[in-house]
Design a binder for this molecule. Structure first.
Ligand code: NAD
Length: 497
């Protein structure tokens, strides 16, 4: 029997009437493993109404009690780590180890949310004028919503709702319709952690559900992660509707390799960062720029990638799994074909790769292009597949110029033994997250995830202190308490006296 994925509306797990039915498939063979009824407009409206009602009481719950819900939640997530990773691996095709990593990077944010009282602390100054004190509080906004992508179905929802809720908000999650079973388990465990009815809601579906959240006056803030086109739409529509919006979008991440770097470290790191998770990470390295003599290493990088074998999620020898859908595979293959047609040299071609017995799956083997130039489509487009584009540059300055001319700015890395080169790179590069001899610099939750340029629309970033600012409003209070009758007369100026 096919599993039915459920919404979580007004404290109940429900199948919903559905504006249409969406199939969830195993990317290794495209068999249907579950179905979900995409939420109707009225179902989303019910969720908003319930979240609005729940806010009235949830915001009054003492901060340490809210933190205790998060303490129980992070504990439950750890207890169920392998179980969640198995669900995730089955619906995304990720290898079990990679699926565990996806869950773990989310658990870390839930752990950080346990520290919410310190994160919410305001500021105080005594005696800003005679007998007058000023202090500030951070207060929650109300109903917040999150719209998440397919590629991290545990980590990215967990970037959002634990912190938003710990701040005192209520939250509506609209996960990717391509892998909704992992978020469903996350939400079930949140209920088990003791969150009161209505504090968290989950509606599945597509644009229909998203548009209701974007238009509704009672949704105060929207957090989005996904592709550039949808991110721009959500940012423009949400801000036009006077909401607070943060939209994390697509990427094209460059790795600059200096000739003084440790060659073996470069090769190992490039292999994992370019084709790991089938290249479906927003922090994947998709462009490698070899500076000067480092270009001699390209054949060895290709050889190392040629040894990488994709496979099933529970195959311990598999380095990565299939891409998410036949449409995603089609897109990657057409970009590979375009790369060849536009004159890039395809030295390793994964277009024909398949896994025996799973020929109908969305497999793409590791693919390497050399002689890539910035006018080619494979350079300009986010491929989101296991494809590495190799370029060369005469100097670090030339490499920096290429990276800074890219419209994206999610992440970048430099591999070098020179502190001076690394310092120059970190200072001059127009990218929000920089790795030095580290390929995928996704910051831990006490920092924030700080993509720049076309990879992010908004001001406050994900998790860490910036997310607390995003999900709260600051109230500043200036107070004087009289301990005797003071008859100094009215103050006719703006100065505090
Ligand atoms: P997507 O944009 O197709 O979908 C993301 C979410 O938006 C889903 O929940 C989807 O249902 C919804 N959506 C899709 N089309 C919509 C529309 N027309 N109107 C309203 N909502 C719509 O992205 P995806 O394919 O699920 O995820 C991959 C993309 O996400 C890549 O571009 C990747 O770089 C990006 N990503 C970025 C980050 C980051 O931090 N910058 C992190 C992860 C993924």
């Amino acid at each position: 029997m096919t599993t039915q994925v459920r919404h979580y509306i007004d404290g109940e797990f429900v199948l919903g009437e559905g504006s249409k039915q969406i199939a969830v498939t195993n990317p290794a063979n495209n068999e249907i493993i579950a179905v979900v009824n995409a939420a109707t407009e009225s179902e989303v409206l019910t969720a908003i109404e319930s979240a609005k009602k729940a806010f009235v009481t949830w915001k009054e719950i003492p901060v340490s009690e809210r933190a205790r819900v998060m303490l129980r939640y992070q504990h439950l997530l750890k207890e169920h780590h392998d179980e969640i990773a198995t669900i995730l691996a089955k619906e995304t095709g990720k290898t079990f180890d990679d699926a565990k990593g996806d869950v773990w990077r989310g658990i870390e944010v839930a752990e950080h949310a346990c520290n919410i009282a310190s994160l919410l602390m305001g500021e105080t100054v005594e005696n800003v004028a005679r007998s007058i004190d000023t202090y500030s509080y951070t207060q929650p906004l109300g109903v917040c919503a999150g719209i998440t992508p397919f590629n991290f179905p545990a980590m990215i929802p967990l970037w959002m709702f634990p912190l938003a809720i710990a701040c005192g908000n209520t939250f509506i999650l609209k996960p990717s319709e391509q892998d909704p079973m992992t978020p469903q388990r996350l939400v079930e465990l949140f209920e088990e952690a003791g969150a009161p009815k209505g504090v968290l809601q989950m509606v599945h579906g597509d644009k229909v559900a998203v548009d209701v959240l974007l238009d509704h006056k009672d949704v105060k803030a929207i957090s989005f992660v996904g592709s550039v086109a949808v991110g721009q739409y959500i940012y423009k529509t949400g801000t036009d509707n006077l909401k607070r919006v943060q939209a994390f979008a697509g990427a094209k991440n460059h790795c600059v390799i200096m000739p003084d770097a440790n060659k073996q470290q470069v090769i190992n790191n490039l292999v994992g960062a370019s084709v790991g998770a089938a290249g479906q990470r927003c922090m994947a390295i998709s462009v490698a720029i070899f500076v000067g003599e480092a270009k001699e290493w390209i054949p060895e990088v290709k050889e190392a990638l040629a040894k990488v074998k994709p496979g099933l999620w529970d195959d311990k020898d598999a380095a990565y799994g299939p891409v998410i859908s036949p449409q995603a595979k089609e897109r990657v293959l057409s970009l590979i074909a375009q790369g060849k047609a536009e004159g890039a040299n395809c030295v390793l071609d994964g277009s024909e790769f398949t896994v025996e017995g799973y020929e109908s799956g969305n497999w793409v083997g590791p693919t390497v292009f050399t002689d890539v130039t910035t006018d080619m489509t494979i350079y300009k487009e986010e491929i989101f597949g296991p494809v590495l584009c190799c370029m060369t540059a005469d100097s670090l300055d030339d490499a920096i110029e290429v990276v800074n001319n890219s419209p994206y700015g999610n992440g970048t890395s430099i591999f070098t033994a020179s502190g001076a080169a690394a310092r120059k790179y970190q200072h001059h590069i127009d990218v929000g997250q920089v790795g030095i001899n580290v390929p995928i610099p996704v910051p831990l939750p006490f920092f924030s995830f700080t993509g720049w340029k076309g990879s992010f629309y908004g001001d406050q970033h994900a998790y860490g202190k910036q997310a607390v600012r995003f999900y709260t409003e600051t109230k500043t209070i200036t107070a004087r308490w009289f301990d005797s009758d003071i008859a100094s007369g009215p103050n006719m100026t703006i100065a505090l006296k």
